[in-house]
Structures are given as C-alpha cells and as structure tokens.
Design a protein around this ligand. Structure first.
Ligand SMILES: [Zn+2]
Length: 313
C-alpha cells in the first residue's frame, strides 16, 4: 500500500515537471524538397612534406587538419582524423568554378610524401608508393559512392590554390585515378586530332585564360601571359601532361584544354571497381613510420579566427 502511494506521488510529480517544461518545436516531415544535395562536393589531395610522426602531430594537435592521413608505412594505411560529416582545415583560401573556401565542401586527404627537394641539378620530386595509390583509389571509390562526388571534383590542392600550392605535384599519378574510373581524362585520339591546328597557330592568351576558367581554375582574364596565368598553366600541365610543366603555353596544352572543355572529348568514367582485396585499411593501431624523409620544414601557423580559410600543407 505504501509502495503504491509512492508510485502515485512520483507519477504525479513527473507529470507536473513535464507540464512545466517548454514545449519542443512541432515538426511535420511529410514533404521532402528536391533541391538538395550532399554538402561534400570535392575531394582534395595533398602531400604532407613532413614525415609520418610530424604530420600526425600537426594534423591532430594544431588548427590544421585533414579527414584522412595516408601513411608511407609498408603496407600503407589511413588514419581517419576527422569524421566526413565534419569540416577539416586543409584547403585554405581556395577556388574551383563558383566555389570558394573549399574546407566547407570537401574531404581532405593528406598523403605522407616529402614533396620536392631543390638541388644544383634542379628540383627533384619524390615519387608516391604504388601501394599508397592503391589505398587512395580504394578509399576514393568509397567516398565517391557515399557523397556522389563528380569526377571533375577530385582535385589537387594546387588546382584550387594555383598561386600558392604545388601539392600533390607532378609525380602524383592522376592517370591511375582516371584508369580506375574516378576522374575524367582527355581522350588521346581527340587530342591528337586537335593538335595540328594548334601547332599551326597557337591560341592567344585570352583563349587560354577562358579555357582554363571554363575547366574550373581561378585565373586572370586580362589577355596577358602573366605570372599568375603561367602558374595556372603549370598546374594544369602537372596533371594532364607532367612530362613538361613549365607553365608555357604550347600546342599540346591547347589541345588538352580544348578536349577537356568539350564534353564529347572526355572519356566517360566507368563505375569504380572496388574488389574487397583493395578496400582501404583503417587500423586503429599506430604503426612505425619509414624514417627516410628529409628534415621537416616549418608548418604554416594559421589563425583560428576563420576555420574556413585554414589549410594544412
Ligand atoms: Zn596541400
């Protein structure tokens, strides 16, 4: 009897509390809008410059960050540092087509690679491990499927910030991503067919600037082969014609640009083949790094005031 009385009193007290609480918003989910899309539109590929321990420290303890860090261990694997639903600070001030500050609309992948070394014989670039690219292709396939990323929106950091960045550099094997059906690639036959007209008559600077902008780059439209325009041409060349990336306009660059900005000239991408054996590995156990990198250069020290503008390397 006493227990029953207590129960009645408790129930009455709970009802009183519920009556005092502010009512929650009343939401009707009957209708769903057509005009919506995934917030993630881009994947941006970087190299770290720093070795694995320093990169891991920077990307986890500083303001800069990336969603994934691909190691240079044997075998390589990914550290997942930021959930894909959240923003990482890797892209910095950046542009692609009508998008700016791509931290808010992209997934950032840092690959442990030293970048380059300047020597008396010229600049030497460090190659990526084929096993790293195998892992990258496997993860990209999953990200594309999760977020419906367009083939033209898998980009290098240098493409969205061509005046400041070199990464992932001329040795990053974009063609392997194209062969995996992840990015669009200019059809070789179409390029060969366009080449003679550009060998006979190289287009003027305004033509190059217009085509580069159409492709997606932020590039001046002043009709001049100025330094800024040459930087953009060099970035384009490192991706599609890495044998020569001096930023000088030439017939092959013109033919590549022509084909890439003409929809019929782009090889349609196939659905990425994702056999289970090539699934990206995301172990939680730290593994030893390969201590073969040159000294780590100073990392950028961005302000936390505007996370949208913060970048990793
Ligand atoms: Zn970068």
């Amino acid at each position: 009897m006493k227990k029953l009385l207590l129960t009645v009193l408790f129930t009455a007290f709970a009802a009183l509390l519920a009556g005092c609480a502010a009512p929650g918003p009343k939401i009707d989910t009957t209708y769903v809008a057509r005009g919506q899309s995934d917030r993630i539109k881009f994947v941006i590929v970087h190299y770290t410059v720093g070795n694995l321990p320093s990169s891991l420290k920077t990307l986890t303890e500083e303001v800069v960050s990336s969603h994934y860090l691909l190691t240079d261990t044997d075998p390589p694997f990914f550290y997942a540092l930021v959930d894909e639903s959240r923003q990482a600070n890797h892209a910095g001030v950046s542009n692609w087509k009508n998008y700016t500050l791509l931290n808010g609309s992209s997934i950032g992948i840092e690959i442990v690679n030293p970048g380059f070394k300047d020597t008396p014989e010229g600049r030497l670039w460090y190659p990526f491990q084929p096993a790293q690219i195998d892992q990258l292709i496997a993860l990209l396939g999953q990200i594309v499927a999760r977020h419906h990323i367009a083939p033209e929106n898998i980009l290098g950091h240098n493409e969205i910030a061509p005046q400041r960045k070199e990464d992932p550099g001329p040795l990053f094997p974009w063609k392997r991503l194209a062969d995996a059906g992840l990015i669009a690639w200019p059809d070789a036959g179409r390029v060969a067919a366009q080449l003679p007209q550009y060998l006979a008559q190289l287009p003027d600077p305004a033509w190059f600037q217009k085509k580069l902008a159409l492709h997606g780059y932020a590039v001046p439209q002043n009709g001049q082969f100025d330094k800024a325009t040459q930087n953009v041409i060099a970035v384009f060349q490192t991706k599609f014609r890495p044998a020569k990336f001096d930023g000088q306009p030439d017939a092959e660059t013109a033919a590549l640009l022509d084909v890439l900005t003409t929809p019929a000239g782009v090889v349609p991408t196939a659905a990425p083949a994702m056999p289970a054996a090539t699934a990206p590995s995301l172990p939680s156990q730290p593994q030893p790094s390969t201590p073969s990198q040159p000294p780590v250069p100073p990392q950028p020290q961005p302000s936390a005031a505007n996370p949208a503008a913060v970048e990793s390397h």
